[in-house]
Design a protein around this ligand. Structure first.
Ligand SMILES: Cc1cc2nc3c(=O)[nH]c(=O)nc-3n(C[C@H](O)[C@H](O)[C@H](O)COP(=O)(O)OP(=O)(O)OC[C@H]3O[C@@H](n4cnc5c(N)ncnc54)[C@H](O)[C@@H]3O)c2cc1C
Length: 298
Protein backbone atom coordinates (compact mmCIF):
# COMPACT_ATOMS: atom_id res chain seq x y z
CA UNK A 1 0.00 0.00 0.00
CA UNK A 2 1.23 3.51 -0.83
CA UNK A 3 2.61 5.42 2.19
CA UNK A 4 1.46 8.97 2.77
CA UNK A 5 5.14 9.98 3.03
CA UNK A 6 5.73 8.75 -0.56
CA UNK A 7 3.25 11.24 -2.04
CA UNK A 8 3.83 14.27 0.22
CA UNK A 9 6.22 15.91 -2.26
CA UNK A 10 3.84 15.32 -5.17
CA UNK A 11 1.83 18.52 -5.84
CA UNK A 12 -1.01 16.41 -7.26
CA UNK A 13 -1.60 14.79 -3.86
CA UNK A 14 -3.24 16.15 -0.70
CA UNK A 15 -2.60 14.35 2.59
CA UNK A 16 -5.79 13.55 4.50
CA UNK A 17 -6.08 12.30 8.12
CA UNK A 18 -3.06 10.49 9.62
CA UNK A 19 -2.16 8.12 6.76
CA UNK A 20 -4.57 8.91 3.93
CA UNK A 21 -4.48 11.07 0.82
CA UNK A 22 -6.31 12.10 -2.33
CA UNK A 23 -4.26 12.36 -5.52
CA UNK A 24 -5.09 13.34 -9.06
CA UNK A 25 -4.05 10.58 -11.47
CA UNK A 26 -5.36 12.38 -14.55
CA UNK A 27 -8.45 14.04 -15.94
CA UNK A 28 -10.29 14.46 -19.20
CA UNK A 29 -11.91 17.70 -20.37
CA UNK A 30 -12.13 21.21 -18.98
CA UNK A 31 -14.62 24.09 -18.84
CA UNK A 32 -14.49 24.27 -22.63
CA UNK A 33 -15.47 20.60 -23.02
CA UNK A 34 -18.69 21.34 -21.16
CA UNK A 35 -19.44 24.35 -23.37
CA UNK A 36 -18.54 22.39 -26.50
CA UNK A 37 -21.02 19.63 -25.61
CA UNK A 38 -23.74 22.13 -24.74
CA UNK A 39 -23.31 23.87 -28.11
CA UNK A 40 -24.56 20.73 -29.81
CA UNK A 41 -27.93 21.50 -28.28
CA UNK A 42 -27.74 25.32 -28.18
CA UNK A 43 -26.01 26.00 -31.49
CA UNK A 44 -22.83 27.94 -32.13
CA UNK A 45 -23.92 31.10 -30.31
CA UNK A 46 -21.36 31.46 -27.53
CA UNK A 47 -17.76 32.29 -28.28
CA UNK A 48 -15.97 34.44 -25.71
CA UNK A 49 -14.75 33.21 -22.31
CA UNK A 50 -17.32 35.49 -20.69
CA UNK A 51 -20.08 33.93 -22.79
CA UNK A 52 -18.73 30.44 -22.04
CA UNK A 53 -18.88 31.19 -18.32
CA UNK A 54 -22.45 32.46 -18.76
CA UNK A 55 -23.45 29.27 -20.58
CA UNK A 56 -21.90 27.07 -17.86
CA UNK A 57 -23.78 29.06 -15.22
CA UNK A 58 -27.01 28.69 -17.18
CA UNK A 59 -26.51 24.90 -17.46
CA UNK A 60 -25.82 24.55 -13.74
CA UNK A 61 -28.73 26.80 -12.79
CA UNK A 62 -31.19 24.87 -14.89
CA UNK A 63 -29.81 21.44 -13.97
CA UNK A 64 -28.91 20.74 -17.58
CA UNK A 65 -26.38 18.24 -16.29
CA UNK A 66 -25.29 16.06 -19.19
CA UNK A 67 -22.60 18.47 -20.54
CA UNK A 68 -20.82 18.13 -17.18
CA UNK A 69 -20.65 14.38 -17.80
CA UNK A 70 -18.20 15.06 -20.66
CA UNK A 71 -15.39 15.59 -18.10
CA UNK A 72 -13.81 12.80 -16.08
CA UNK A 73 -11.51 12.77 -13.06
CA UNK A 74 -9.36 9.80 -12.01
CA UNK A 75 -8.28 9.90 -8.37
CA UNK A 76 -5.99 7.80 -6.19
CA UNK A 77 -7.44 7.73 -2.68
CA UNK A 78 -6.20 6.10 0.50
CA UNK A 79 -8.80 6.11 3.26
CA UNK A 80 -9.91 4.14 6.33
CA UNK A 81 -12.24 1.22 5.52
CA UNK A 82 -15.15 2.81 7.42
CA UNK A 83 -14.86 5.93 5.23
CA UNK A 84 -14.60 3.73 2.14
CA UNK A 85 -17.87 2.05 3.19
CA UNK A 86 -19.55 5.47 2.88
CA UNK A 87 -17.60 6.61 -0.18
CA UNK A 88 -18.46 3.49 -2.19
CA UNK A 89 -22.18 4.16 -1.76
CA UNK A 90 -21.74 6.59 -4.67
CA UNK A 91 -22.51 4.05 -7.36
CA UNK A 92 -21.69 6.21 -10.34
CA UNK A 93 -17.90 5.75 -10.29
CA UNK A 94 -15.52 3.25 -11.87
CA UNK A 95 -13.48 1.76 -9.06
CA UNK A 96 -10.53 -0.50 -8.44
CA UNK A 97 -9.63 -1.21 -4.81
CA UNK A 98 -6.58 -2.92 -3.33
CA UNK A 99 -7.26 -6.63 -2.73
CA UNK A 100 -6.98 -8.02 0.79
CA UNK A 101 -7.16 -11.49 -0.79
CA UNK A 102 -4.14 -10.90 -3.00
CA UNK A 103 -1.97 -8.59 -0.87
CA UNK A 104 -1.05 -8.45 2.80
CA UNK A 105 -2.97 -5.58 4.39
CA UNK A 106 -0.91 -2.61 5.55
CA UNK A 107 -0.42 -2.10 9.29
CA UNK A 108 -1.71 1.50 9.10
CA UNK A 109 -4.84 2.44 10.97
CA UNK A 110 -6.65 5.71 11.69
CA UNK A 111 -6.55 7.28 15.13
CA UNK A 112 -8.66 10.45 15.47
CA UNK A 113 -6.96 13.60 16.75
CA UNK A 114 -7.89 14.54 20.31
CA UNK A 115 -10.23 17.34 19.20
CA UNK A 116 -12.21 14.93 17.02
CA UNK A 117 -12.97 12.63 19.94
CA UNK A 118 -16.41 13.76 21.10
CA UNK A 119 -19.45 12.23 22.78
CA UNK A 120 -22.55 11.04 20.93
CA UNK A 121 -24.53 14.11 19.86
CA UNK A 122 -27.66 14.70 21.90
CA UNK A 123 -29.66 16.10 18.96
CA UNK A 124 -28.23 14.17 15.99
CA UNK A 125 -28.40 10.39 16.22
CA UNK A 126 -25.88 10.12 13.37
CA UNK A 127 -23.17 12.33 14.79
CA UNK A 128 -20.86 13.59 17.49
CA UNK A 129 -21.27 16.77 19.49
CA UNK A 130 -20.11 18.58 22.59
CA UNK A 131 -16.84 18.18 24.41
CA UNK A 132 -15.14 15.42 26.29
CA UNK A 133 -12.55 15.72 29.07
CA UNK A 134 -9.14 15.78 27.28
CA UNK A 135 -7.89 13.09 29.67
CA UNK A 136 -10.69 10.79 28.50
CA UNK A 137 -9.86 11.63 24.90
CA UNK A 138 -6.24 10.57 25.47
CA UNK A 139 -7.41 7.28 26.99
CA UNK A 140 -9.74 6.76 24.02
CA UNK A 141 -6.80 7.19 21.65
CA UNK A 142 -4.73 4.73 23.66
CA UNK A 143 -7.53 2.17 23.66
CA UNK A 144 -8.11 2.47 19.91
CA UNK A 145 -4.36 2.19 19.31
CA UNK A 146 -3.85 -0.89 21.48
CA UNK A 147 -6.92 -2.65 20.07
CA UNK A 148 -5.83 -1.91 16.50
CA UNK A 149 -2.29 -3.13 17.17
CA UNK A 150 -3.60 -6.30 18.82
CA UNK A 151 -5.81 -6.94 15.80
CA UNK A 152 -2.84 -6.60 13.45
CA UNK A 153 -0.82 -8.94 15.66
CA UNK A 154 -3.63 -11.53 15.38
CA UNK A 155 -3.66 -10.97 11.58
CA UNK A 156 0.06 -11.67 11.44
CA UNK A 157 -0.36 -14.82 13.53
CA UNK A 158 -3.22 -16.04 11.31
CA UNK A 159 -1.09 -15.50 8.23
CA UNK A 160 1.47 -17.82 9.86
CA UNK A 161 4.11 -15.08 9.90
CA UNK A 162 4.70 -14.87 13.64
CA UNK A 163 6.24 -18.20 14.61
CA UNK A 164 7.14 -16.94 18.10
CA UNK A 165 3.54 -16.24 19.00
CA UNK A 166 2.13 -18.71 21.49
CA UNK A 167 -1.55 -18.16 20.58
CA UNK A 168 -1.56 -21.05 18.13
CA UNK A 169 0.69 -23.94 19.11
CA UNK A 170 2.50 -26.34 16.86
CA UNK A 171 3.75 -25.86 13.35
CA UNK A 172 0.86 -23.68 12.23
CA UNK A 173 1.16 -23.07 8.47
CA UNK A 174 -1.07 -20.00 8.40
CA UNK A 175 -4.38 -19.40 6.67
CA UNK A 176 -5.28 -17.53 3.50
CA UNK A 177 -5.06 -13.72 3.43
CA UNK A 178 -8.76 -13.56 2.45
CA UNK A 179 -9.63 -15.20 5.80
CA UNK A 180 -6.98 -13.68 8.06
CA UNK A 181 -8.09 -10.12 7.21
CA UNK A 182 -11.38 -10.71 9.05
CA UNK A 183 -9.79 -9.71 12.36
CA UNK A 184 -8.82 -6.22 11.18
CA UNK A 185 -11.12 -3.39 12.29
CA UNK A 186 -12.60 -0.79 9.95
CA UNK A 187 -10.12 1.93 10.94
CA UNK A 188 -7.48 0.12 8.84
CA UNK A 189 -6.61 1.85 5.59
CA UNK A 190 -7.51 0.76 2.09
CA UNK A 191 -6.53 2.26 -1.26
CA UNK A 192 -8.57 2.83 -4.39
CA UNK A 193 -8.49 4.24 -7.91
CA UNK A 194 -11.69 6.21 -8.38
CA UNK A 195 -12.87 7.57 -11.75
CA UNK A 196 -16.04 9.59 -12.03
CA UNK A 197 -17.52 12.15 -14.35
CA UNK A 198 -17.77 15.74 -13.17
CA UNK A 199 -21.55 15.71 -12.74
CA UNK A 200 -21.45 12.68 -10.44
CA UNK A 201 -18.37 13.96 -8.62
CA UNK A 202 -20.21 17.23 -7.91
CA UNK A 203 -23.07 15.15 -6.49
CA UNK A 204 -20.66 13.27 -4.20
CA UNK A 205 -19.02 16.52 -3.07
CA UNK A 206 -22.38 18.14 -2.34
CA UNK A 207 -23.46 15.20 -0.15
CA UNK A 208 -20.14 14.52 1.55
CA UNK A 209 -19.14 18.14 2.27
CA UNK A 210 -22.45 18.71 3.97
CA UNK A 211 -22.22 19.24 7.73
CA UNK A 212 -24.46 16.17 8.19
CA UNK A 213 -21.74 13.95 6.70
CA UNK A 214 -19.16 12.41 9.02
CA UNK A 215 -16.17 14.68 9.72
CA UNK A 216 -13.67 12.14 8.35
CA UNK A 217 -15.40 11.74 4.96
CA UNK A 218 -15.72 15.52 4.72
CA UNK A 219 -11.92 15.79 4.83
CA UNK A 220 -11.68 13.54 1.75
CA UNK A 221 -14.50 15.38 -0.06
CA UNK A 222 -12.75 18.72 0.62
CA UNK A 223 -9.48 17.38 -0.81
CA UNK A 224 -11.30 16.22 -3.97
CA UNK A 225 -12.95 19.63 -4.25
CA UNK A 226 -9.58 21.40 -3.87
CA UNK A 227 -8.12 19.17 -6.59
CA UNK A 228 -10.86 19.83 -9.16
CA UNK A 229 -11.16 23.61 -8.60
CA UNK A 230 -8.23 24.57 -10.86
CA UNK A 231 -9.18 21.93 -13.47
CA UNK A 232 -12.70 23.26 -14.08
CA UNK A 233 -12.75 26.81 -12.62
CA UNK A 234 -15.96 28.07 -14.28
CA UNK A 235 -17.86 24.82 -13.57
CA UNK A 236 -16.78 24.85 -9.91
CA UNK A 237 -17.70 28.52 -9.57
CA UNK A 238 -21.18 27.78 -10.96
CA UNK A 239 -21.53 24.69 -8.78
CA UNK A 240 -20.56 26.74 -5.74
CA UNK A 241 -23.07 29.49 -6.53
CA UNK A 242 -26.04 27.39 -7.66
CA UNK A 243 -25.62 24.17 -5.67
CA UNK A 244 -23.21 24.33 -2.72
CA UNK A 245 -24.19 27.77 -1.44
CA UNK A 246 -27.76 27.68 -2.73
CA UNK A 247 -30.91 26.61 -0.88
CA UNK A 248 -34.31 25.43 -2.00
CA UNK A 249 -37.58 26.12 -0.21
CA UNK A 250 -40.58 23.89 0.39
CA UNK A 251 -44.05 25.03 -0.73
CA UNK A 252 -44.89 25.98 2.87
CA UNK A 253 -41.62 27.81 3.46
CA UNK A 254 -42.22 29.78 0.27
CA UNK A 255 -45.75 30.67 1.40
CA UNK A 256 -44.36 31.88 4.71
CA UNK A 257 -41.76 34.05 2.98
CA UNK A 258 -44.33 35.48 0.55
CA UNK A 259 -46.69 36.31 3.38
CA UNK A 260 -43.92 38.26 5.18
CA UNK A 261 -43.01 39.96 1.88
CA UNK A 262 -46.64 40.95 1.34
CA UNK A 263 -47.07 42.43 4.79
CA UNK A 264 -43.92 44.50 4.17
CA UNK A 265 -44.99 45.62 0.66
CA UNK A 266 -42.23 43.63 -0.99
CA UNK A 267 -43.73 42.78 -4.36
CA UNK A 268 -42.63 41.35 -7.70
CA UNK A 269 -42.83 44.89 -9.11
CA UNK A 270 -40.27 46.07 -6.56
CA UNK A 271 -37.80 43.52 -7.93
CA UNK A 272 -38.70 44.41 -11.53
CA UNK A 273 -38.22 48.12 -10.87
CA UNK A 274 -34.80 47.69 -9.29
CA UNK A 275 -33.36 45.09 -11.63
CA UNK A 276 -30.28 47.03 -12.73
CA UNK A 277 -29.43 48.07 -9.17
CA UNK A 278 -29.80 44.51 -7.80
CA UNK A 279 -27.91 43.11 -10.75
CA UNK A 280 -24.92 45.39 -10.07
CA UNK A 281 -25.09 44.95 -6.30
CA UNK A 282 -25.36 41.14 -6.19
CA UNK A 283 -23.42 40.22 -9.32
CA UNK A 284 -26.28 38.45 -11.08
CA UNK A 285 -27.73 39.07 -14.50
CA UNK A 286 -31.07 40.82 -14.97
CA UNK A 287 -32.46 37.63 -16.47
CA UNK A 288 -31.60 35.83 -13.22
CA UNK A 289 -33.66 38.44 -11.39
CA UNK A 290 -36.54 37.60 -13.74
CA UNK A 291 -35.99 33.94 -12.83
CA UNK A 292 -36.04 34.85 -9.13
CA UNK A 293 -39.33 36.69 -9.58
CA UNK A 294 -40.89 33.73 -11.36
CA UNK A 295 -39.57 31.33 -8.70
CA UNK A 296 -41.20 33.32 -5.92
CA UNK A 297 -44.37 34.54 -7.60
CA UNK A 298 -45.14 31.80 -10.12
C1 LIG B 1 -25.16 12.36 5.52
C2 LIG B 1 -25.45 11.02 4.92
C3 LIG B 1 -25.95 10.01 5.71
C4 LIG B 1 -26.21 8.74 5.16
N1 LIG B 1 -26.67 7.74 5.95
C5 LIG B 1 -26.90 6.51 5.44
C6 LIG B 1 -27.36 5.44 6.25
O1 LIG B 1 -27.58 5.59 7.44
N2 LIG B 1 -27.56 4.21 5.68
C7 LIG B 1 -27.33 4.00 4.34
O2 LIG B 1 -27.53 2.88 3.87
N3 LIG B 1 -26.90 4.99 3.54
C8 LIG B 1 -26.67 6.24 4.05
N4 LIG B 1 -26.20 7.24 3.24
C9 LIG B 1 -25.95 6.94 1.83
C10 LIG B 1 -27.05 7.54 0.92
O3 LIG B 1 -28.30 6.96 1.19
C11 LIG B 1 -26.68 7.33 -0.55
O4 LIG B 1 -26.62 5.94 -0.82
C12 LIG B 1 -25.34 7.92 -0.91
O5 LIG B 1 -25.26 9.24 -0.43
C13 LIG B 1 -25.15 7.93 -2.42
O6 LIG B 1 -26.04 8.86 -2.97
P1 LIG B 1 -26.69 8.64 -4.40
O7 LIG B 1 -27.43 7.35 -4.46
O8 LIG B 1 -27.47 9.87 -4.71
O9 LIG B 1 -25.36 8.62 -5.32
P2 LIG B 1 -24.97 7.66 -6.53
O10 LIG B 1 -24.95 6.25 -6.12
O11 LIG B 1 -23.69 8.25 -7.10
O12 LIG B 1 -26.12 7.86 -7.56
C14 LIG B 1 -26.29 9.12 -8.22
C15 LIG B 1 -27.73 9.23 -8.65
O13 LIG B 1 -27.98 8.21 -9.60
C16 LIG B 1 -29.30 7.70 -9.42
N5 LIG B 1 -29.21 6.28 -9.08
C17 LIG B 1 -28.08 5.54 -8.93
N6 LIG B 1 -28.41 4.26 -8.69
C18 LIG B 1 -29.76 4.18 -8.67
C19 LIG B 1 -30.69 3.16 -8.44
N7 LIG B 1 -30.33 1.90 -8.19
N8 LIG B 1 -32.01 3.45 -8.48
C20 LIG B 1 -32.42 4.71 -8.71
N9 LIG B 1 -31.60 5.75 -8.93
C21 LIG B 1 -30.28 5.49 -8.91
C22 LIG B 1 -29.93 8.52 -8.30
O14 LIG B 1 -30.60 9.61 -8.86
C23 LIG B 1 -28.74 9.01 -7.53
O15 LIG B 1 -28.98 10.21 -6.79
C24 LIG B 1 -25.96 8.51 3.77
C25 LIG B 1 -25.46 9.55 2.99
C26 LIG B 1 -25.21 10.79 3.53
C27 LIG B 1 -24.66 11.88 2.65
Amino acid sequence: MTKQSEVLENPKYIPVLDHGFVGLVNHMGDDHAVVQAARVSYGDGTKSIRQDRGLIRYLMRHRHTSPFEMCEVKLHIKLPIFVMRQWIRHRTASINETSGRYSVMSDEFYIPELEQIKPQSSNNKQGRGGDIDPEYAKTVRELITSQSEDAYRAYTVLLGNDKNDTTIHGDFPGIARELARMVLPVNYYTEVYWKQNLHNLFHLIKLRLDTHAQWEIRQFAQAVYDIIKPLFPACVEAFDDYVMEASSFSKQEKQLLLSIFESNNITADLFRGNKSQYSAEFGISESEIDELISKLWK
